[in-house]
Design a protein around this ligand. Structure first.
Ligand code: ADP
Ligand code: MG
Length: 367
């Protein structure tokens, strides 16, 4: 799946923009505040119908504009062209269309590429609570094995039912049905844990390798830390049963994969707690690159990679390694203040976009 073209109306700094992406590396360069991240965000928005920067979507609307839209043209592996359309007007439902037909979301729409995004100002994934890493890991599972998306849904539904039941028990309801619910929950829980473990096993070695390559000092380890080590649903159900009284007191289920952690560590310590900003950045970058390679291997289709402003953080050797690693695999958009920071950025085959004053100039036509 290739993204060929991006068209934007009234998105952030852009009244209008129309750019083409090449099959490999695209470099968007320009001064601070020029609109590089805005462009990257627009591409993400057009591929996912969400912003990668904010949960308050009104912010993406160009100051003074009433509505915005982003259109992305793709070409799938069989050579068919697709058109993704996302229109947004505050107070109304988003309008999303694939090849002209309305859809509810882009997440599972055919014709849409997987997207992986690195933004230096958004280190929440490394720094924030485990819940963020759990959902990230579950998104990886879905990316790797689309049919496994249901594992997470089924677990969440069963968990919701058990928590509702706990509420009834608190008010004196009968405990007779708890065991059956617990076993149901445990079945989905074990399936979810196995999916997560399998996904982490696919990326852990690569994570360590890439982190080292990019200059994270010490031993980098990506570790899935499930709450429960039960090997069967029956064992997990027994663990749940042991905690029933305390769960009833608290009013929610305290044990199970909804409390798991995906730990990014350096020399045995969590980057989340002990990592410097720079180390956390490298950890995040290594995680995204490792995932992208696993996705390329498993699905035959690497996600479109969006890298915002990573080059300034790296020394020259590491910039070279990064560019080689990301472009070997597929499409990548890199933003930078200084074109000289992207080794090979002026090579033939690289698409260059000059960003200034809310406009994008296509310097090199996409191949
Ligand atoms: N909704 C918006 N409408 C118009 N301009 C915006 C909007 N949101 C942000 N901006 C402007 O975008 C500029 C920053 O663009 P950005 O893409 O982050 O720059 P950079 O090239 O440094 O990545 C700022 O000048 C900011 O005021
Ligand atoms: Mg920026």
């Amino acid at each position: 799946m290739l993204v060929r073209r991006l068209r934007v109306r009234d998105f952030r700094t852009y009244a209008a923009a129309d750019v083409r992406l090449g099959p490999g590396l695209t470099v968007a360069h320009g001064r601070n505040g020029a609109g590089k991240t805005n462009l990257l965000e627009a591409l993400y928005f057009g591929c996912t119908a969400r912003s990668c920067r904010t949960s308050n979507e009104r912010e993406v609307l160009r100051f003074g504009a009433e509505a915005c839209r982003v259109e992305v043209s793709t070409r799938d592996d069989s050579g068919y062209e697709h058109e993704l359309f996302v229109g947004f007007q505050p107070g109304q439902d988003k309008r999303i269309r694939v090849d002209g037909a309305p859809v509810e979301r882009l997440l599972d729409a055919p014709g849409r590429p997987l997207v992986s995004v690195f933004l230096p100002e958004r280190l929440e994934l490394v720094k924030g609570p485990p819940a963020l890493r759990r959902s990230h890991l579950d998104a990886l599972v879905t990316g790797l094995w689309p049919t496994r998306a249901q594992t997470r849904r089924q677990y969440s539904a069963a968990l919701g039912q058990r928590n509702a039941l706990l509420g009834r028990l608190r008010n004196g309801g009968s405990r007779a049905s708890v065991a059956a619910w617990d076993l149901e929950l445990a079945r989905h829980g074990i399936a979810l844990r196995d999916d997560r473990a399998r996904a982490v096993a696919m990326i852990a070695d690569r994570f360590a390798l890439v982190a080292g390559e990019l200059g994270l000092e010490g031993e980098a380890v990506l570790r899935y830390k499930p709450r429960s080590t039960a090997s069967t649903p029956e064992e997990l159900a027994a663990e749940l049963a042991e905690r029933l009284d305390s769960d009833v007191d608290r009013g929610f289920t305290q044990h199970g994969p909804h409390r798991d952690e995906l730990a990014l560590q350096r020399d045995g310590r969590e980057l989340r707690v002990y990592g410097s900003q720079g180390e956390q950045r490298l950890g995040l970058l290594a995680l995204l690159l490792a995932e992208r390679e696993a996705l390329a291997e498993e699905r035959g289709a690497p996600p479109l990679l969006l890298l915002d402003d990573v080059m300034s953080e790296l020394d020259a050797d590491r910039r070279g390694l990064l560019v080689a690693r990301v472009t070997a695999l597929g499409q990548c958009l890199v933003t930078t203040t200084d074109l000289g920071h992207v080794p090979g950025g002026d090579a033939p085959g690289v698409t260059r976009l000059a960003v200034a004053g809310g406009e994008v100039l296509q310097e090199v036509e996409a191949a």
